[in-house]
Ligand binder design. Sequence first.
Ligand SMILES: [Zn+2]
Length: 462
Amino acid sequence: MTAGRLRVTAAGAAGTVTGSCHHVDAPEGELLVDCGLFQGPRTLEDRNREPFPFDPERLDTVLLTHAHLDHVGRLPKLVADGFRGRALAAPGTREIAEVILRDAAKIAAEDYERALRKARRAGREDEVAPPPYDEEDVDRAVEAIDTIGYGEPVSVAGLRVRLRSAGHVVGSAWLELEDERGTVAFSGDLGNRESLLHPTAEPVAGARAVVCEGTYGDRRHRSREATRAELKEVLARAADAGGRVLIPTFALERTQAVLFEIGRLQRAGDVPELPVFLDSPMATRMTEAYRARPEAFRSEVRRRFEAGDDPFAPPRFRATASAEASRELNDLDEPAIVLAGSGMMTGGRILHHLKHHLWKPTTQLIVVGYQARGTLGRALVGGARSVRIFGDEIAARAEIHTIGGLSAHADADDLKAWLGGSPDAAVHLVHGEEDALTSFRDDLRGEGRDAALLREDRPVDL
Ligand SMILES: [Zn+2]
């Protein structure tokens, strides 16, 4: 290795949004930025079983930008494959990663058992690959995660590394890697400047090169005020209708943003104080992790903590942990708001609520996140008249509303604002579908910037 060289090789999330993992060959060792899971089509998910294109035993450190599965999901496999170093992350990431990794391991084990039973009946059990890791690997991966504060310099493989706040989810960071020639930055996932919960990401100042995400490099989000007005209108209408309000939710970030806003609107008297139930054990655990990090939030949220309130608990709030408490909600005889997973209505407790209430015209279904093609959520948003849930045909008579501005991701303007502090930096784009990345690259080049897509087969020297 040449002294002073900083060679970056993508091992995921190049030309796609999942599997974030970048290998860095540094002056005094090797490190990784993120170690995420590939998610989506089968061909992509099969990559989670492939050997890493580097030797895990030789790695000094893994720097984690945040706890989303597409950024930490292969850490247990890395440990299983021989990694013995430490993983460094911002406060909150370890707790959230533990919940996410355990849930993913459980789902992978269940999927495997199901596939195996099916394959046995066909006499093809050899063709079913076991999950890439098990519960024990998850224990060791979580054990390997150490926390460092934002801005606190640490020495890694001959570099000075600092985490900077990214405003995406609790514990999210972008990374500053400093050598004798200056600094190189990795964006991780950057937050939406119009986030209800988080302050804007710290801008990247004076970097010579940046590895930057481009998830929504071709989009513009709605403003915070517009999103708030929309949610207020829908909740007021829902209260008038007098039925059940169902909000399919994503456990991390979206749940807490929606709970915060419902509580704010109810306390301000802008919408009636309906009871609010969080019917998701995973989202409840995430909300606890959020509650433990008051410093992570915008001043508006922090003020509620300072006043001794829980910003994520509306006035009549209850988390229903047990399956029995969840079932009891079916018999509840007053209008109520229920948040339950999964966010795209592909599984989880929301399906029980939909089965009981989707067919009633007084029910309001509020969709607060992206619905991928092929999901029940997409079918309902697309206007399906009836759907199948647990084998039964259920009429879709509920009123369906979509709230668009709650994304936790930076849009094109947010990304440009962040990059603005380093006008001369070469920008290497990752973490986006090909169309979003090329559109953002052309946009940057149009402004005279040096920008290109990072490819897995083409390492770059930064
Ligand atoms: Zn993320």
